[in-house]
Design a protein around this ligand. Structure first.
Ligand code: S3P
Length: 166
């Protein structure tokens, strides 16, 4: 079994779906954002506010590349992780990537409810720009699953079925 890295915009369900996939596959699950917060002893929104995005991106790469992947895992990446060539390369070398493809309007509605997210993600215009700027990277993932508003369990089942065929 290979490591599975879930890719996609904030609000597409990487963490919820990832946990469900890990349960179905009986393997470990890691959430990159959670790992960053644990290692930095600080919430992500505070890292952005106090240290800035470039610092966050450095930490993100450092934490990603030092995750414990000795046994196969499902890893939920952050929304920006798979847009940096250094992270894409690492993911490619360590397993398979899967893009959770969700329509922008649904993501927007979900993001509005996330008050703890970095400020730049709360601006609706910036959010749209960011979505379209990131899509080409997300589309470089090995696989894509349409998530729309399907329940996370159903999406997870779809992913497990897909992985069984490869
Ligand atoms: C980010 C998404 C967040 C987190 C950070 C930056 C982004 O992850 O890594 O706030 O740049 O889109 P989620 O997609 O898990 O919310």
């Amino acid at each position: 079994m290979k490591n599975l890295f879930l890719v996609g915009f904030m609000g597409c369900g990487k963490t919820t779906v990832g946990r469900a996939v890990a349960t179905f596959r009986a393997c470990g699950f890691l959430d990159l954002d959670e790992q960053i917060e644990t290692r930095e002893k600080m919430e992500i929104s505070r890292i952005f506010e106090e240290r800035g995005e470039p610092y966050f991106r450095e930490v993100e790469t450092r934490v990603l590349t030092t995750l414990d992947l000795t046994a196969p895992k499902v890893v939920a990446l952050g929304g920006g992780t798979f847009t940096f060539p250094r992270n894409i390369e690492f993911v490619r070398n360590q397993g398979v990537s899967l893009f959770l493809d969700c329509p922008l309007e649904l993501l927007r509605a979900r993001c509005e409810a996330f008050q703890h997210r970095p400020l730049f993600l709360r601006d609706p215009v910036k959010l749209t720009d960011l979505f379209y700027a990131r899509l080409p990277f997300y589309r470089c993932a090995d696989y894509r699953v349409d998530v729309s508003d399907a329940p996370p369990e159903d999406v997870a089942r779809k992913i497990v079925n897909l992985l069984e065929k490869i």
